[in-house]
Design a protein around this ligand. Structure first.
Ligand SMILES: O=P(O)(O)O[C@H]1O[C@H](CO)[C@@H](O)[C@H]1O
Ligand SMILES: O=c1cc[nH]c(=O)[nH]1
Length: 232
Protein backbone atom coordinates (compact mmCIF):
# COMPACT_ATOMS: atom_id res chain seq x y z
CA UNK A 1 0.00 0.00 0.00
CA UNK A 2 2.93 2.35 0.63
CA UNK A 3 3.90 4.81 -2.12
CA UNK A 4 7.47 5.74 -3.07
CA UNK A 5 7.13 8.75 -0.74
CA UNK A 6 4.85 7.53 2.02
CA UNK A 7 5.31 4.40 4.15
CA UNK A 8 1.93 4.69 5.90
CA UNK A 9 -0.71 2.01 5.53
CA UNK A 10 -4.33 2.63 4.52
CA UNK A 11 -6.18 3.96 7.56
CA UNK A 12 -3.07 5.56 9.04
CA UNK A 13 -4.17 9.09 8.01
CA UNK A 14 -7.23 10.92 9.30
CA UNK A 15 -9.76 12.42 6.84
CA UNK A 16 -8.26 15.87 7.49
CA UNK A 17 -4.52 16.43 7.05
CA UNK A 18 -2.77 19.67 7.99
CA UNK A 19 0.12 20.42 5.69
CA UNK A 20 2.85 22.93 6.52
CA UNK A 21 5.80 23.19 4.13
CA UNK A 22 8.31 22.64 6.90
CA UNK A 23 8.77 19.14 8.43
CA UNK A 24 9.80 20.75 11.74
CA UNK A 25 6.49 22.66 11.83
CA UNK A 26 4.64 19.37 11.27
CA UNK A 27 6.55 17.77 14.17
CA UNK A 28 5.88 20.78 16.39
CA UNK A 29 2.14 20.67 15.61
CA UNK A 30 1.96 16.94 16.37
CA UNK A 31 3.98 17.24 19.57
CA UNK A 32 2.31 20.41 20.87
CA UNK A 33 -1.33 19.99 19.88
CA UNK A 34 -2.13 16.35 19.12
CA UNK A 35 -3.08 13.77 21.72
CA UNK A 36 -1.75 10.22 21.21
CA UNK A 37 0.36 11.35 18.27
CA UNK A 38 2.22 8.65 16.31
CA UNK A 39 4.58 8.87 13.36
CA UNK A 40 2.95 7.26 10.33
CA UNK A 41 5.42 8.32 7.64
CA UNK A 42 9.16 8.82 8.16
CA UNK A 43 10.13 8.73 4.44
CA UNK A 44 12.59 11.48 3.37
CA UNK A 45 12.22 13.06 6.82
CA UNK A 46 8.94 14.58 5.63
CA UNK A 47 7.21 13.35 8.81
CA UNK A 48 3.50 12.39 8.80
CA UNK A 49 1.78 12.15 12.21
CA UNK A 50 -1.71 11.06 13.25
CA UNK A 51 -3.43 11.69 16.57
CA UNK A 52 -6.49 13.49 17.88
CA UNK A 53 -7.29 17.16 18.44
CA UNK A 54 -10.19 17.96 20.78
CA UNK A 55 -11.26 14.34 20.38
CA UNK A 56 -11.25 14.38 16.55
CA UNK A 57 -8.85 12.24 14.50
CA UNK A 58 -6.35 14.48 12.67
CA UNK A 59 -3.08 14.16 10.78
CA UNK A 60 -0.25 16.50 9.92
CA UNK A 61 2.39 16.00 7.26
CA UNK A 62 4.83 18.41 5.63
CA UNK A 63 4.56 19.20 1.92
CA UNK A 64 8.14 20.32 1.32
CA UNK A 65 8.56 23.43 -0.80
CA UNK A 66 7.00 24.17 -4.17
CA UNK A 67 4.26 22.84 -6.46
CA UNK A 68 5.97 19.59 -7.51
CA UNK A 69 6.48 18.57 -3.89
CA UNK A 70 2.97 19.35 -2.60
CA UNK A 71 1.62 17.91 -5.86
CA UNK A 72 3.10 14.51 -5.00
CA UNK A 73 2.13 14.40 -1.33
CA UNK A 74 -1.40 15.77 -1.74
CA UNK A 75 -2.16 13.50 -4.73
CA UNK A 76 -1.05 10.43 -2.79
CA UNK A 77 -3.01 11.43 0.33
CA UNK A 78 -6.19 12.08 -1.67
CA UNK A 79 -5.99 9.02 -3.93
CA UNK A 80 -4.21 6.35 -1.80
CA UNK A 81 -5.18 7.23 1.76
CA UNK A 82 -8.83 8.37 1.44
CA UNK A 83 -7.99 11.83 2.79
CA UNK A 84 -10.87 14.29 2.20
CA UNK A 85 -9.43 17.64 3.35
CA UNK A 86 -5.94 19.10 3.18
CA UNK A 87 -5.36 22.38 4.97
CA UNK A 88 -2.07 24.07 4.19
CA UNK A 89 -0.55 25.86 7.20
CA UNK A 90 1.99 28.09 5.51
CA UNK A 91 4.07 31.22 5.59
CA UNK A 92 3.76 33.85 2.87
CA UNK A 93 5.26 37.14 1.77
CA UNK A 94 2.99 40.21 1.84
CA UNK A 95 2.09 41.75 -1.51
CA UNK A 96 -0.89 43.85 -0.38
CA UNK A 97 0.45 47.03 1.25
CA UNK A 98 -1.86 46.73 4.28
CA UNK A 99 -0.50 43.32 5.34
CA UNK A 100 2.14 43.12 8.04
CA UNK A 101 4.22 40.33 9.60
CA UNK A 102 2.00 38.03 11.65
CA UNK A 103 -1.24 38.77 9.71
CA UNK A 104 -3.30 35.87 8.44
CA UNK A 105 -4.20 35.35 4.78
CA UNK A 106 -6.92 32.89 3.75
CA UNK A 107 -6.32 31.87 0.14
CA UNK A 108 -9.64 32.12 -1.67
CA UNK A 109 -7.79 31.55 -4.94
CA UNK A 110 -4.21 31.04 -6.09
CA UNK A 111 -2.70 32.63 -9.21
CA UNK A 112 0.51 30.98 -10.32
CA UNK A 113 3.60 31.19 -12.53
CA UNK A 114 4.08 27.41 -12.21
CA UNK A 115 3.65 24.98 -15.11
CA UNK A 116 1.98 22.51 -12.74
CA UNK A 117 -1.51 23.14 -14.15
CA UNK A 118 -0.44 22.42 -17.73
CA UNK A 119 -0.72 18.68 -17.02
CA UNK A 120 -4.54 18.99 -17.16
CA UNK A 121 -4.38 20.18 -20.79
CA UNK A 122 -7.31 22.54 -20.39
CA UNK A 123 -8.26 24.74 -23.32
CA UNK A 124 -7.81 27.94 -21.29
CA UNK A 125 -6.65 29.24 -17.92
CA UNK A 126 -7.79 27.30 -14.85
CA UNK A 127 -8.47 29.31 -11.68
CA UNK A 128 -7.47 27.22 -8.63
CA UNK A 129 -9.80 27.98 -5.71
CA UNK A 130 -10.23 26.89 -2.11
CA UNK A 131 -13.07 24.77 -0.78
CA UNK A 132 -15.80 27.29 -0.01
CA UNK A 133 -16.97 25.28 3.01
CA UNK A 134 -13.47 25.31 4.57
CA UNK A 135 -12.96 28.97 3.70
CA UNK A 136 -16.29 30.02 5.21
CA UNK A 137 -15.46 28.13 8.42
CA UNK A 138 -11.97 29.70 8.57
CA UNK A 139 -13.41 33.22 8.15
CA UNK A 140 -15.90 32.59 10.96
CA UNK A 141 -13.08 31.36 13.24
CA UNK A 142 -10.85 34.36 12.40
CA UNK A 143 -13.72 36.72 13.30
CA UNK A 144 -14.52 34.83 16.48
CA UNK A 145 -10.85 34.87 17.57
CA UNK A 146 -10.39 38.51 16.60
CA UNK A 147 -7.41 37.66 14.38
CA UNK A 148 -6.19 40.20 11.80
CA UNK A 149 -6.90 38.50 8.44
CA UNK A 150 -7.59 39.04 4.75
CA UNK A 151 -9.31 36.77 2.24
CA UNK A 152 -8.35 36.78 -1.43
CA UNK A 153 -5.88 35.66 -4.03
CA UNK A 154 -2.50 34.18 -3.24
CA UNK A 155 0.28 34.12 -5.80
CA UNK A 156 1.85 30.66 -5.90
CA UNK A 157 5.32 31.11 -7.31
CA UNK A 158 8.00 28.66 -8.40
CA UNK A 159 10.53 31.20 -7.17
CA UNK A 160 11.40 32.40 -3.70
CA UNK A 161 14.13 34.57 -5.23
CA UNK A 162 12.35 36.31 -8.11
CA UNK A 163 14.84 37.81 -10.59
CA UNK A 164 12.04 39.60 -12.48
CA UNK A 165 10.70 41.15 -9.26
CA UNK A 166 7.08 40.64 -10.38
CA UNK A 167 5.41 41.49 -7.04
CA UNK A 168 4.30 44.99 -8.12
CA UNK A 169 2.46 43.49 -11.12
CA UNK A 170 0.58 41.04 -8.88
CA UNK A 171 -0.11 43.86 -6.42
CA UNK A 172 -1.86 45.81 -9.21
CA UNK A 173 -4.21 42.84 -9.65
CA UNK A 174 -5.16 42.87 -5.97
CA UNK A 175 -3.20 39.75 -5.06
CA UNK A 176 -2.55 39.55 -1.30
CA UNK A 177 0.52 37.41 -0.72
CA UNK A 178 3.13 35.15 -2.30
CA UNK A 179 3.85 31.54 -1.34
CA UNK A 180 4.79 28.40 -3.24
CA UNK A 181 2.18 25.61 -2.95
CA UNK A 182 -1.50 26.67 -2.83
CA UNK A 183 -2.21 26.56 -6.59
CA UNK A 184 -0.94 22.98 -6.92
CA UNK A 185 -2.85 21.93 -3.81
CA UNK A 186 -6.12 23.50 -5.02
CA UNK A 187 -5.74 22.01 -8.51
CA UNK A 188 -4.95 18.56 -7.10
CA UNK A 189 -8.01 18.76 -4.82
CA UNK A 190 -10.19 19.74 -7.80
CA UNK A 191 -8.77 16.95 -9.98
CA UNK A 192 -9.37 14.31 -7.29
CA UNK A 193 -12.75 15.70 -6.12
CA UNK A 194 -11.48 16.60 -2.63
CA UNK A 195 -11.21 19.76 -0.49
CA UNK A 196 -8.35 22.13 0.25
CA UNK A 197 -7.60 25.46 1.86
CA UNK A 198 -4.37 27.41 2.35
CA UNK A 199 -4.10 29.39 5.58
CA UNK A 200 -0.92 31.48 5.65
CA UNK A 201 0.81 33.79 8.09
CA UNK A 202 2.80 36.71 6.69
CA UNK A 203 6.47 36.02 7.46
CA UNK A 204 8.04 38.79 5.38
CA UNK A 205 7.37 41.68 3.03
CA UNK A 206 9.31 41.18 -0.24
CA UNK A 207 8.44 44.71 -1.42
CA UNK A 208 9.96 46.41 1.63
CA UNK A 209 12.62 43.85 2.57
CA UNK A 210 11.17 43.36 6.06
CA UNK A 211 11.61 39.71 7.13
CA UNK A 212 11.24 37.36 10.08
CA UNK A 213 13.88 34.75 10.86
CA UNK A 214 13.79 30.96 10.53
CA UNK A 215 12.96 30.51 14.22
CA UNK A 216 9.83 32.71 13.84
CA UNK A 217 8.78 30.71 10.80
CA UNK A 218 9.22 27.50 12.75
CA UNK A 219 7.64 28.44 16.05
CA UNK A 220 5.75 31.75 16.19
CA UNK A 221 2.85 30.64 14.06
CA UNK A 222 0.57 29.44 16.82
CA UNK A 223 -2.38 31.76 16.09
CA UNK A 224 -2.67 30.26 12.61
CA UNK A 225 -2.06 26.72 13.82
CA UNK A 226 -4.77 26.92 16.51
CA UNK A 227 -7.28 28.41 14.08
CA UNK A 228 -6.51 25.82 11.39
CA UNK A 229 -6.79 22.89 13.80
CA UNK A 230 -10.37 23.90 14.59
CA UNK A 231 -11.25 23.32 10.93
CA UNK A 232 -10.97 19.54 11.43
O1 LIG B 1 6.43 28.05 5.36
P1 LIG B 1 6.00 27.17 4.24
O2 LIG B 1 4.74 26.44 4.53
O3 LIG B 1 7.10 26.23 3.77
O4 LIG B 1 5.66 28.15 3.01
C1 LIG B 1 6.52 29.08 2.38
O5 LIG B 1 7.87 28.99 2.80
C2 LIG B 1 8.67 28.33 1.80
C3 LIG B 1 9.69 29.32 1.28
O6 LIG B 1 10.48 29.83 2.30
C4 LIG B 1 7.71 27.89 0.71
O7 LIG B 1 7.31 26.57 0.96
C5 LIG B 1 6.59 28.89 0.88
O8 LIG B 1 5.34 28.51 0.35
O1 LIG C 1 7.15 31.90 -0.90
C1 LIG C 1 7.34 32.74 -0.04
C2 LIG C 1 7.07 32.48 1.33
C3 LIG C 1 7.30 33.44 2.26
N1 LIG C 1 7.77 34.62 1.84
C4 LIG C 1 8.01 34.87 0.53
O2 LIG C 1 8.45 35.96 0.19
N2 LIG C 1 7.79 33.94 -0.36
Amino acid sequence: MATPHNAAQKGDFAKTVFMPGDPLRAKLIAETYFQNSRLVNPVRGIGGYTGTYQGKPVSVMASGMGCPSIGIYSYELFTQYDVENIIRIGTAGAIHPDLKIGDLVLGQGACTDSNFLQQYRLPGTYAPIASYALLEKAVALAKEKNVSYKVGNLFTSDKFYDAANSMKDWQKMGVLAVEMEAAALYATAAFTGKNALAVCTISDCPLTGEASDAQYRETQLHTMIKLALELA
